[in-house]
Design a protein around this ligand. Sequence first.
Ligand code: UDP
Length: 324
Amino acid sequence: MKILICGGAGYIGSHMVRYLAAQGHQSVVLDNLSTGHRQAVSPDILEVADLLEPSSLTGVFARHRFDGVIHFCARSLVGESVSQPYAYYENNVAGTLNLLRAMHEAKVDRIVFSSTAAVFGNPQAPLIDEDHPTQPINPYGASKLMVERILADAAGAYGLRSTALRYFNAAGADPAGGIGESHQPETHLIPNVLRAALGQGNGLRVFGNDYSTRDGTCVRDYVHVNDLASAHLLALEYMQANEGAHRFNLGNGQGFTVLEVIEAARRVTGRSIDFAQDARRQGDPAVLVASSDKARRVLGWRPRFVDIGEIIETAWRWHQSPAY
Ligand code: UDP
């Protein structure tokens, strides 16, 4: 297959490109390089274009004949979405609409969309499956849910085949090296913990210790970025035989507290990792753990990285000598 990877210069997108190549598929990367990294993409497959400039998309679809699209482009910081909602709705919703129109004109009828656990808001059950109510509590989650709705409507109106994958906490890096997680500013837990292990960054802070969890810190479900990549390819294959708009939750089904992640990182790195206790971060639910039974059952998805230490180990290799 020849697949357009929107946002392929970013963290998950760059792992997707590598995974597709290993499985014998061809990728073209569309990225505006606002948060993505030019060094993460081989120059011969990079198309610098912007979803908010529809004219820049026309050429991309004219130059290539795609079998499908995987769409990672998004603004994705919860706190920033609360303070800059227009930017989030414009980029994540209007940008996606421009992409869908360009696909429609080019008669490309399959898309895998990066959605998020943030579509659920505050969980009402210990394990979140696809039937859990969607009540986002921030503009980021709301913007992703709006796109899920658009995809469902487009299935009815235009026969668009789509799969929304709701990631829980993407983590780790390809063990083969060369690509990894690098955000500016970095807000995610595992990179911040590993920077603290290296004596870098501004000091690790733990947000909140009064949640009703086993040690008072938030519980999250960390899923390896290569396992996310494998789910995307399975979704593309699934849509060959299945019409309509599909949704799957992707996680390990196992939650770890912030303090358990820090402890696991101490074991992996052999370094002492100091932190300061801080207040709760706005918009953080206490517990987010996925049920991925549907992805296992319907897509045949089998995550290979199930141990938090193993996931952190792959991230640690990257953080010791990041390429960008
Ligand atoms: N967290 C923390 N310190 C940090 C970054 C994150 O204590 O420097 C906490 C955060 O409050 C949340 C968990 O770690 O409870 C995971 O946060 P992250 O930003 O990695 O992912 P999110 O769950 O927000 O998508």
